[in-house]
Design a protein around this ligand. Sequence first.
Ligand code: UGA
Length: 510
Amino acid sequence: MGHVTNPAIDAVQTEPAVRTGTAASTAPRPESAAGGGPPLRVSVVGTGYLGATHAACMAELGFEVLGLDIDQAKIDALTRGELPFHEPGLPELLTQHVQSGRLRFTTSYEEVGAWADVHFIGVGTPQKPGESAADLRFVDAAVRSLAEHITRDALIVGKSTVPVGTAARLKDLLASTRQAAGLPGTVELAWNPEFLREGYAVKDTLTPDRLVAGVESAHAEDILRQVYAKSLAEGTPWIATDFETAELVKVAANAFLATKISFINAFSEITEQVGGDIGTLADAIGHDPRIGRKFLNAGVGFGGGCLPKDIRALQARVSELGLDRTMRFLAEMDDINLRRRDRVVDLAVQVLSHSLHGSVRVAGADGAGSVPSPAAVEILNGAKIAILGVTFKPNSDDVRDSPALDVANRLYTAGAEVAVYDPKGNANAAKRFPRLGYVNTLAKAVIGADLLILLTEWDEFRQMDPEDIGRLMDRRTLIDARNVLDPSPWHAAGFTHAALGHRFAPDSSG
Ligand code: UGA
């Protein structure tokens, strides 16, 4: 049984750089296999944020790539060079490599099974409905389908985020399925977690901070080193390890990031009560290199398709392992995070009651959370609120577990008239909550508004001119739920300004 490829790691490029006119399109072709064979053929199973990005970036690195998805409509769109989601820089790569023929898409496992040397799995591992655990059915199905269709030597490489122990289980599934299928070729499994951030997905894939490979043979490591030869030549740290460590590295990283955010947001709860400046506090502790300033931006908290579900899946997994107490602190992090949303609604009640009635009313001990209190409903009912941002973070159209969208929906549920504007997220938000009022410009959102709430820190919102905005609104009131606006010009324009992590004391702050 011949090996798929060679152990060469830093081989010289065999073909000149491909030039198509942009700086990002000058990737060299990857080196040929030992003995002068053709470069590795790469398949990517799953064409969501992770898979589509990985496929396009593999093509950018010079590999022949076949992306597979079971969703025919998605495959049709990608084949036309249309990206079904927003990700800066990715449409250009997709168009370029689809046009050149280096990147193709299919729904056929038979086709990828007969063709590729390396199969990356980038399917979703969402939270199971009504449970904390991850739903692994898509990963299982991908491994099973590949095992049933691969007809040559190949390496399957999991990239999806999975609970520890999954790769070992999938290895057994692979072996038993291959045995039953009786197909030619030796197929091995590796786990290579992905750390890309939405909004920076192309950059993070092409120039990662580190590469982690859970491998069980030198052969599997060799193949992965060939795939990532360019990054390795540029000095990217390479961590070859076992399956369990590779799986845990990914969830540990996300758990740490979530903890950092909730840590600073917990301090917000203190500064909101006693005074103080949460941004200055974050700057000051962030100067300590052991702590670092990144991911200490206080605000409405973390959302998206990764951090929230990953900390829940980790708790579920350690419980299964009988280690219930080990990750209990993550439940606290989750609570702190969700309380930020209550706080925005509560603050809206306070700001509006001050603006409309001249007194600051607090929504009550039960807060104005997912079920708004009667006091909150009384103030919010009929209030016109401009909602700026519904995606879970800027430069994305993703509204999965978005704190901003959750807050918009809570305010609407409490009787407020919301005008929602997001530069990219309205369409996805409308699919989830069709009854909210969506508008397609910032100006339309703020016209006639009693209150403006900035919930996602898009550049367009950071650059707002207080006078221009103030002229359009009925009342000059603002909540900065991401702590990105300098309060001084807003105060100067006569705004009542409130922000998460800051005490709301309108009569003393002006
Ligand atoms: C996250 C990780 O950062 C990636 O490394 C990882 O690969 C990815 O999950 C994944 O598991 O696939 P992502 O979900 O794209 O990436 O978003 P982040 O940039 O991590 O932001 C997550 C949330 O935290 C956002 O809602 C953001 O607004 C919030 N956040 C971030 C804060 O509230 N404060 C901060 O200081 C930083």
